[in-house]
Design a protein around this ligand. Sequence first.
Ligand code: FUC
Length: 748
Amino acid sequence: MWSHPIGNGYMGANVFGRVDTERVQLTEKTLYNRGLWGLGSLTNFAEILLHFDQADVAHYKRSLNLNEAIAHVAYESDGVQFTREYFMSYPHNVLVIRLSANQKGKVSFTLAPQVPYMDSREEANKRTGSVLAKNDLITLSGTIPYYSLNYEAQFKVINNGGSLSSDQKNGVGQITVSKADSVTILVAAGTNYVLSEHVFLNPPKQKADPADFPHEKVSATIIQAAHKGYSALKSAHIQDYNNLFERVKICLNSEKSSLPTSQLLEQYKAGDTDTYLEELMFQYGRYLLISSSRENTLPTGLQGTWTHFEVSPWTAGYWHNINVQMNYWGAFSTNLAETFEAYINYFKAYYPKATQHATSYLQEHHPERGSPDTEGNGWIIGTGASPYAIQGAGAHSGPGTGGFTSKLFMEYYHYTQDKEFLRETAYPLLRSMSQFLSKTLIEDEYGRLLVHPSASPEQKVTEQQMDGKPGLRDKQKNYYITTGCTFDQGFVWENHNDVLNAANILETDDEFLQHIREQLPKLDPVLIGASGQIKEFREEEKYGELGERHHRHISHLCPLYPGTLINSSNQEWMQAASTTLDLRGDITTGWAMAHRMNCRARLKEAENAHGIYQKFIQLKTVPNLWTLHPPFQIDGNFGTMAGVAEMLLQSHEDYIELLPALPKAWDNGSFEGLVARGNFVISANWKDGKATSFKIISRSGTPCRIQYPGIGNALIKDQDDQASMEHSIDHNSVSFPTRKGSIYTVEM
Ligand code: FUC
């Protein structure tokens, strides 16, 4: 609740900022032990303690600078001004802690890292560990038997002035620095985990090679970082981070607040809803995404990278019936597409296992179609996943979980226009997903094709509700298992549609595409019920007669968001989606509110979307601005970040819609650098709720179509030649060709 999280995608640290004994808690994304559901669990790597001898402290200040991704602690003691800096470098993969004072010879402390949870009650998790100090280096290493993991962290202490000594206190290594002018501590960490298909295919004990030790890798990292030195590490870090972070600027009718963030939040909770916090939460989401998901790291998990538990809530893994997808919903629109590369690499590693899951699923449910030729069976990922294991489609969430996942890859293409990625990665995997999904369909008496068995994620029914209903109730947990629920039908539709679009772009065609072209019109995914709602189940008439009325999942609205089937071309469906949200209710768990916010934005219900955002901040946010499901799950942070972008800019309907859901509270404002599909970077200014100007940078040279009230009469200029352009389609929309790299301005 109070720590300042820093991270580089490989590692995460919670900086507590304590004065007497500083605590920096470290996680490294591959250090897993045994968790529930056969997935393992991310576990605390090290507790880094720094003991100071400073009793009287004044003018204490702790901060996290989002522009530089550096945490700071500053205070005064005995007339000396002390400062500490903490950052996690991605280019050099080290944690850097810098301690300094405004007078010479005043920095004294003892560094004493600890191996946490040596006393596990579970045999498989009994970790061995030792902490050895020698000269200026502490080596913390050991094993966790469950996945045959060897782990190691090295702490190098570089003092400027003063003296340094190392010793083993009660067998535990520590380094004491006396009277230095300043000190830099470098921390590198790693395990013998290697992301590859073998990890997913092998049994637990063989997921990592017990004869492989990370020692050399960690030593090399430390040596390289030490060689680089503090100043160069810092400037490389700022440059690397800033290259991503500074792309987007946003002002939502606010002025920077001078209140400490926790007080700003308190005030917000008490009803003084300062929009600066709404803006800050958005940028904090971007900060957290950059800090927990980079190329060549593992994807960002349920708690990002940050957990101090022995066995983390929900394993801290990748949950695929909404959570991990939500983590990346906003990556593209907030100009951080690179962060998704972590998931792409992860996908490539688990894919062979996912094809095995597809075959066993089909063999179980549709034996006549589950040919041994796994290629033709496609792939599927179920709800639970981690860096070590993935589940197949399970009972409580239907095969739609696969389409939920593949959607992100099509979005990556839409936003980046990376055709090679589409050809080499997205199209094959989308096509393979359609191969699987097309085999899960059965034909009903009206010729419709319905997923069977099918389940709307985690929706539960009572025995009473089952009366006369065709589905089955899972005896243990009351999940409802049926045929053709909207979640599954919707994602078959989305995936089939994406495959055909991708094939079109790649100018390819074959028999299988013909097959899904024939399946598409028979899916009948969206049905309106007697209460005017989008039905969650085909067999539901009135809202609430089947399933929990206020269930957190709104899986039947996935065709609205993140899907595109329910869109403004069908107002009846839009109305029904709105009614569904009214009936379901806004107040629920963290990520579930974030999904509702995005759905309201797609419906252009500005006040409703904003209202959910406000309540989310009031009810689900803790002082360090992490958000709770509960427990702490980072999906809520990322989901609402996506929601803010979705309120300001949409592009899922083949055109860009500017300020589609602008609430009164954001009446005046601006943004820079949000991205629209087609790879356009958009900036906008508005006043009294009306746009005054836009700027569009065409990163790929695709044709641009924009919708905004009155834009047909606006002056649109190509910034290169200052020529005004022929553009108007009608009063509210314009269309014009663009050149790659050119900038277009729109004066309203
Ligand atoms: C899904 C959700 C739960 C939780 C878990 C991590 O299964 O239904 O609420 O968020 O993921």
